[in-house]
Design a protein around this ligand. Structure first.
Ligand code: PQQ
Length: 243
């Protein structure tokens, strides 16, 4: 039966990679961000809202680990938590991705307390991020691993920012962009692991299709975040309400 035929490894990966068409790299707000069309308060709004995603990623990864009985897999997964939360002393060089994002925030003109207060976070962003954490809590860890595979498409979006922002937004200190540079090799490593898990878990055509559906769900989360940010911070936002 054609519908039940298992895709071979290459076709399965190609189907997952084809989901790139729905990545938030193609969202109008991201395109405007990367064409230099946003005003400083809108860049600040994006950074402040994305911070809610950043701080929840290691909570999501802890949920994944809590559902995983395999010690060898947990030994690999735990690196994701350390990447974001940092290792050891916060004043040291390995302060982690959340701290690097705070420095991005400072570079665009947001102070630490402002970011951590999450006061600029739009309801839609909160709902979308919380849905991701809840998914990881409630589903088998292998499904949550598959949902992280949007990172297949992340190195390009980070590289685009590194290439474009210094010219388009000269008012942002380039040191603030270190987070984007740091993520490129880490995302590549995470994706290798995620694809391994996906191939092993998806032993039936139904599971392979479910994997594509999971990726769509995660892509919708990222897309909804930008919808909410775009709507919350219009070009003509009253001055007194701007971040
Ligand atoms: N996604 C994960 C995940 O699902 O576990 C972790 C990360 C992403 C990151 O650490 C990122 O920095 C990141 N950045 C972007 C981006 O800037 O567009 C997207 C994504 C993603 O595709 O989920 C992640």
């Amino acid at each position: 039966h054609e519908l039940q035929r298992l895709w071979d490894g290459d076709e399965f990966e190609a189907r997952l990679r084809a989901c790139e068409a729905r990545y938030h790299i193609h969202h109008r707000f991201n395109q405007r961000l990367n064409r230099g069309e946003l005003q400083p308060f809108q860049v600040r709004a994006w950074v402040a809202n994305r911070f809610y995603y950043q701080v929840n990623i290691p909570r999501k990864d802890a949920a994944v680990m809590s559902n995983c009985e395999d010690r060898a897999e947990r030994r690999r997964w735990i690196l994701r938590i350390l990447d974001h939360d940092g290792r050891g002393d916060f004043t040291g060089d390995d302060a982690g991705g959340i701290e690097a994002w705070v420095r991005l925030g400072e570079a665009v003109g947001l102070d630490r307390a402002d970011l951590w207060s999450h006061r600029h976070v739009q309801p839609g962003v909160r709902f979308a991020v919380d849905a991701y954490v809840n998914f990881a809590r409630q589903r088998p860890w292998e499904e949550a691993a598959i949902s992280s595979l949007t990172e297949m498409f992340a190195p390009k979006i980070h590289a685009d920012r590194l290439a474009a922002w210094p010219t388009l937004y000269p008012w942002i200190d380039v040191e603030g962009l270190a987070y984007f540079r740091s993520r490129i090799p880490l995302a590549t490593r995470d994706v290798e692991h995620g694809l391994e898990v996906a191939r092993r878990w998806c032993t039936t055509r139904a599971r392979q299709e479910r994997a594509v559906g999971i990726l769509h769900f995660k892509l919708d989360i990222l897309w909804s975040m930008l919808d909410a940010i775009e709507r919350g911070f219009p070009d003509d936002m009253p001055l007194e309400q701007r971040p």
